[in-house]
Design a binder for this molecule. Structure first.
Ligand SMILES: CC(C)(COP(=O)(O)OP(=O)(O)OC[C@H]1O[C@@H](n2cnc3c(N)ncnc32)[C@H](O)[C@@H]1OP(=O)(O)O)[C@@H](O)C(=O)NCCC(=O)NCCS
Length: 233
């Protein structure tokens, strides 16, 4: 596993050669595949790194980059324990240099009617509380409660998480994960719903037909709720 645990920021990995760099278009973009049973231990640190510098992460954890990465690992392990077998979990179908598949990031989405998922297994919860510390767990709990109160009521697919490690961004990896999932969403002909705390993501999601529903301040950070209307075709 090649994710480095440094606090070097987005330069932690050299940019990957990608389809855009090679002149590829959406038809030649790498696609996504489902997470294999033995790959969660690789996906958790990749997602921890992907979200390390997000505004809400900084506001809730309040530590150094290394502390946020460590804290996130417990959060991502608990999230994967709660979602595996109950959610769609996709990883890039890509091999590149020292990183491949779940080392690059992934997508977790919950099918219509399945949200909210039951809590993670008790052992995973204990590891989460001890690993993150009670104050951080408390602050995350408040954020999740507020988001749950705002959650869409009509049947929908929910994008729980989409993350790509910093050094692999801008190569179409995130889009290919999103597009693969949206094909499943469109087959079900329901809306897709998500929340995001990065303003830069609004254009990224708008290119995939998401619209801003509302913006809320959580833990001092703006968080946007976005909806993609159901496909009619
Ligand atoms: C959002 C995210 C998954 C996109 O992944 P990605 O692999 O860079 O996605 P793509 O390469 O398909 O598209 C990236 C687009 O976003 C833009 N972008 C936004 N932030 C970027 C960043 N930090 N690095 C590179 N591109 C970025 C690029 O300009 C690109 O636009 P283009 O398609 O017009 O060239 C990734 O930036 C990420 O993991 N962010 C942190 C976690 C997060 O906020 N997730 C979403 C929460 S809902």
């Amino acid at each position: 596993m090649a994710i480095r645990e440094s606090a070097q920021g987005p330069e932690a990995h050299p940019p990957l050669p990608g389809p855009k760099a090679e002149g590829g278009d959406e038809h030649t973009r790498p696609r996504a595949r489902r997470l294999e049973a033995d790959e969660a231990e690789r996906l958790a640190p990749a997602l921890a790194l992907a979200f390390r510098d997000n505004p809400l992460n900084r506001a809730v954890i309040r530590g150094t980059a290394a502390q946020r990465l460590r804290s996130n690992r417990f959060g991502m392990a608990a999230t994967l324990a709660a979602t595996r077998g109950r959610a769609t979990i996709l990883v890039p179908a890509r091999e590149a240099a020292e990183l491949s598949g779940p080392d690059l990031g992934g997508l977790i989405a919950i099918a219509p009617g399945a949200w909210p998922l039951p809590p993670p297994p008790f052992l995973a919860q204990i590891e989460f509380w001890l690993g993150q510390g009670l104050r951080i767990s408390y602050r995350w709990g408040r954020v999740w409660t507020e988001l749950a109160d705002l959650h869409l009521l009509e049947p929908h697919w929910y994008l729980e998480m989409l993350g790509v490690v910093p050094g692999a961004r801008g190569n179409g990896v995130g889009s290919s994960l999103l597009e693969t999932w949206l094909e499943e969403v469109d087959r079900d002909r329901v809306p897709a719903y998500l929340e995001t705390d990065r303003r830069e993501n609004l254009d990224f999601y708008a290119r995939h037909d998401f619209e801003v529903l509302s913006c809320h301040t959580l833990c001092g950070i703006p968080v946007w709720r976005m909806l993609r209307p159901a496909s009619i075709f």
